[in-house]
Ligand binder design. Structure first.
Ligand code: FES
Length: 572
């Protein structure tokens, strides 16, 4: 608990003389009465609204609902923009800029007279970027997600982002016409909101709710549903209470909260991107979390939500079936029930009465949709620091597989050769893609679920083992090994693999290895030269020099931890 005079904003607005005059006078030009600055909690609304981030394009309206709540509870809202990341438009990949946005968020919060902050997050990277930045400041913070869009419709069927991969393969295999593809495009995105499946954005919304950073039901209320605005307004009220009670991120984000989030992610069949982002968030708040924890704590947690890409339904269906509260309720025996959440209640208190209204969408521990879920962490000579696979999105017949490698040096090499009639490939081959890691691309794009060779698609092959140092869209699926660390550009063993090498994947044994002796590997490495584009200026140069490997969360080394909420220097 802090007294009014101990609030950060008093260090600006309670001042006498020239300093206080300047701080207050320029704010008043927006028509703010003096009484608003005389001790009310000042709440920032950190907005990632942008027309270049279509998933977040409704955030101005959402911010208005948050403001109503803040005013009702006796606070004063000040909205501010930060850089936004539109997954579909940004090149080379929105992930390249996640850490940049986190810096923008951190410095914007710390530099300004804010006592608390509401983070408006939606499209994939906007959530981890905002939470990472806020963690490094650690003032009272609540997350309001934008919500998923309504389920897409195409020729009488439900569609979502995961279908894009199927459509694209069907077109390449000659099973779908371009006219039909255009019709699907028109029916895919029917409303405000982010991707309608359990892709990365929905996974991130579930992550913040499971961590306790939002009000219950934040994860699944659809973007256009009136309940989304109600939740935003209630979150506005709540942040004022959080400031009054000094309920900060570090009180909520304990080691146990992270373990809960890993288990919930397994139960919902969440995206592999969860791994990278959760590790980065833990690094900012100072909780010791390792890649292996993803496997340890998701091991034994079955799939309880039947959502694409691991299952059949959509985020809208999840909400109608009870939302994330019903999943968390079913999982309570495996969770740390005493973890604090944003509303001052524990996970146990918030979720013990939640129920599933539709067992086809949200089931219980007795009758799971798949006993295998979560993230498996692989080790072996290809990935000395680990790699990940999402078993619920993989094919059971490929979980133990040995095959000859077809190796692509980079994404351009892949595009050039994948459909070449002379490519010596069959369904038992293992496709290997190098130089799509954090440094190598740079930015670790979502290309890990590389499309299969057209000649195999034409034969009806729908999955093959694929291995890379890149990521996969949360909407993607297949027997896809990702996040190989060290990446090829950092001189990992991936860098020296060649066409024809024999590779074994054994998901049950947590193994991924090339049939090469240590001597052969050492010999090939001694002749290896990095061959990826190095940036010579600006943010990208900074990123390539400082980004850490995937198994550490791909944050920049100098951004780990936080500087707290103290301003560095008082200039006035
Ligand atoms: Fe924004 Fe999928 S493109 S969530």
């Amino acid at each position: 608990m802090k007294t009014v005079n101990e609030r950060r904003s008093r260090n600006w607005f309670a001042r006498d003389g020239k300093d206080g005059f300047i701080y207050r006078a320029w704010l008043k030009k927006q028509g703010i009465p003096a009484s608003e600055l005389e001790g009310k909690p000042i709440i920032g609304i950190c907005n990632t609204w942008s027309e270049l981030t279509p998933c977040n394009s409704h955030f101005r309206e959402l911010a208005e609902a948050v403001k109503r709540g803040i005013l009702e509870a006796g606070g004063y809202p000040l909205e501010f923009p930060v850089m936004s990341l539109g997954e579909t438009l940004m090149k080379p990949t929105a992930m390249l800029y996640r850490n940049l946005v986190s810096m923008d968020v951190e410095e914007s919060i710390r530099a300004n007279p804010l006592d608390g902050v509401v983070l408006l997050c939606g499209c994939d990277k906007t959530t981890p970027a905002l939470v990472m930045g806020a963690c490094s400041v650690d003032i009272p913070t609540i997350v309001v997600s934008g919500g998923a869009m309504l389920t897409g419709r195409h020729m009488g069927t439900s569609i979502g982002t995961s279908d894009i991969w199927r459509f694209s393969e069907n077109v390449r295999a000659g099973k779908m016409s371009n006219e039909e593809l255009a019709m699907a495009e028109a029916g895919m995105c029917r409303s405000d909101g982010h991707c309608a499946v359990m892709g990365t954005a929905s996974t991130m919304a579930c992550m913040v709710e499971a961590l306790g950073l939002s009000l219950p039901q934040n994860a699944a209320i659809p973007a256009p549903d009136a309940a989304r605005k109600v939740l935003a307004q209630l979150s506005g009220r709540e942040i004022v209470k959080m400031v009054e009670e000094d309920r900060r991120l570090s009180h909520i984000l304990t080691r146990e909260a992270f373990e809960n989030a890993i288990r919930v992610n397994a139960a919902i069949g969440g995206s592999t991107n969860f791994v990278i982002h959760l590790l980065a968030i833990a690094g900012r708040i100072g909780v010791q979390l390792e890649l292996q924890d993803m496997d340890t704590f998701s091991n034994g947690i079955p799939l309880l939500a039947n959502l694409q890409p691991s299952g059949s339904f959509f985020m809208e269906d999840l909400y109608y079936a009870g939302g994330l509260p019903a999943v968390i309720n079913a999982l309570l025996p495996h969770l740390h029930k005493g973890c604090l959440t944003a509303n001052g209640q524990t996970i146990g208190q918030n979720y013990s009465n939640a129920v599933s209204y539709n067992k086809e969408v949200i089931t219980d521990l007795e009758s799971p949709f798949n006993k295998l879920s979560g993230i498996v962490v692989l080790h072996g000579n290809i990935c000395e620091n680990g790699a990940v696979i999402k078993p619920s999105a993989a094919s059971s017949h490929l979980m133990q597989h040995t095959g000859k490698a077809i190796v692509f040096e980079d994404i351009d090499d892949y595009k050039k050769r994948i459909d070449h009639p002379d490519l010596d490939v069959d369904e038992n081959s293992v496709l290997v893609l190098k130089n799509v890691g954090p440094k190598g691309y740079p930015g670790m794009p979502e290309v890990g679920n590389l499309g299969l060779p057209a000649k195999l698609l034409a034969k009806g092959i729908t999955d093959m083992v694929r291995i890379s140092d890149g990521r996969m869209s949360g909407t993607g699926f297949g027997t896809v090994v990702l996040h190989v660390s060290p990446e090829a550009a950092a001189g990992g063993t991936l860098a020296i693999l060649k066409d024809g090498d024999t590779i074994t994947l054994d998901v049950h044994a947590r193994k991924l290895f090339a049939h090469l002796t240590d001597e052969e590997i050492a010999q090939r490495k001694s002749n290896w030269q990095p061959s990826y584009p190095l940036s010579t200026r600006g943010y990208v140069q900074l990123y390539q020099q400082h980004v850490e490997q995937a198994h550490l969360g791909a944050d920049m080394d100098f951004l780990k931890g936080g500087s707290g909420s103290e301003v560095t220097r008082d200039s006035h």
